[in-house]
Design a protein around this ligand. Structure first.
Ligand SMILES: Cc1ncc(COP(=O)(O)O)c(C=O)c1O
Length: 382
């Protein structure tokens, strides 16, 4: 009964592992990709009030105009990039739906899409679900997992329809400076290629300021589908709100699919997201706390022998086990079974990553301290 391309989809490399974790409530999980903070109160309060006031209807297929206007204003203020709230912004059900709509809107069967490895697990699967073909652009540890420009030149020779960029990135925390992005765009701009820029962690950037891909120049804006949302920076994963910005033609096509497939995101969540746009203080407090934890975890992981570069954003460390002659899956299993700490083995994020683990520091400093003690204990007894 099942479509061939769905049957052929590789199962998530870590599902079994995390099914196991779910059945073990005593485990400290450094595996999850979501904030440990509860959504700031003023946002929750706004959602409660919206329910009390009877906001229970559909919204327009594009999303509430007020939210689109708010998103437009924020992007203008932060990145000096100008998106028309009427024509160039679509409210989505998280970045996840934005990705799905973007790929469905632009791909014909067999079209190639470049996915940069290590990658967020959904990218290859969503390309395949949309009948596209994935081309991997593998980054190297010695390049700090950043895109190598010569490799990029090679991959664009294969005439891909699109490339998915993600910075700050999951799972590596890697980000790019304005100059690095300009160098990437310099290569891409010569091709007929759509850039899907997943900037969902833009609020969680700790060093340089985040540069929005579509702010690079006019042509970059026209060829970019900018995806972002409220899950990470605003601690609103369960609200399921995101947004897609792009050229009118692309946003129209995505909205057309949305008008049949989803209709709209939940109105309560959209109202809450409008309030979130005003919660700048709350966002910066959470960012400061992640930065504090990042400093602690990176220092401690390196001290115990897990080589970890300082991530520039998001809330993940991508740590190397190469010193220890144990592969990441065995290490993660041992750590879970013997020490009750969950981390994600690298193979979930691409080929050739068997000696890396992803550690999320979206957890309390207390839990992080305890986890380091247990990790060190395991490493000392390997
Ligand atoms: C890079 C990246 N993009 C998108 C998502 C999905 O986010 P959302 O909750 O907005 O659908 C995640 C979630 O982990 C992510 O890490």
């Amino acid at each position: 009964m099942i479509a061939k391309r769905i049957k052929q989809l590789a199962p998530s490399g870590i599902r079994e592992f995390f099914d196991l974790v779910l059945g073990m409530p005593e485990v400290i999980s450094l595996g999850v990709g979501e904030p440990d903070f509860v959504t700031p109160w003023r946002i929750r309060e706004k959602a409660i009030t919206a329910i009390e006031e009877g906001f229970t209807s559909y919204t327009s297929n594009s999303g509430l105009f007020g939210l689109r206007k708010g998103v437009s204003n924020l992007l203008k203020k932060k990145y000096a990039v100008d998106y028309c709230p009427d024509k160039e912004i679509l409210i989505t059900v998280g970045v996840s739906q934005g990705l799905d709509l973007a790929l469905r809107a632009i791909l014909n069967p067999g079209d190639k899409v470049v996915v940069v490895s290590p990658y967020y697990v959904a990218y290859p699967a969503l390309v395949e679900i949309s009948s596209g073909e994935v081309i991997y652009l593998t980054t190297r540890e010695e390049d700090g997992f950043k895109i190598n420009l010569e490799d990029l030149k090679e991959v664009v020779k294969l005439k891909p329809k699109a490339i998915i960029l993600n910075y700050p990135g999951n799972p590596t925390g890697v980000s790019y400076s304005a100059l690095e992005l300009k160098n990437i765009w310099n290569i891409l701009s010569k091709e007929d290629i759509v850039v899907i820029s997943d900037e969902t962690y833009d609020e969680l950037t700790y060093n340089d300021k985040h540069t929005c891909f579509s702010s690079l120049d006019k042509k970059a804006k026209a060829r970019t589908i900018l995806l972002n949302g409220f899950s990470k920076g605003y601690a609103m994963t369960g609200f399921r709100v995101g947004f897609a910005c792009g050229d009118k033609e692309i946003i129209d096509a995505m909205t057309k699919i949305n008008s049949f497939a989803m209709l709209c995101g939940p109105i309560i969540s959209q109202i809450a997201a409008s309030e979130a746009l005003l919660a700048r203080k709350e966002v910066s407090l959470m960012r400061a706390e992640y930065r504090r934890r990042r400093g602690f975890v990176v220092k401690e992981l390196n001290r115990v022998g897990l080589v970890t570069v300082m991530p520039e954003g998001a809330f993940y460390c991508f740590s190397s086990l190469k010193k220890f002659k144990i592969n990441a899956l065995d290490f993660a299993n041992k750590l879970l079974m013997e020490k009750k700490v969950a981390v994600v083995p690298g193979k979930a994020f691409g080929k050739g990553l068997d000696s890396f683990i992803r550690i999320s520091y979206a957890n309390s400093l207390e839990n992080l301290k305890e986890s380091v003690i247990r990790i060190e204990d395991l490493l000392n007894n390997l």
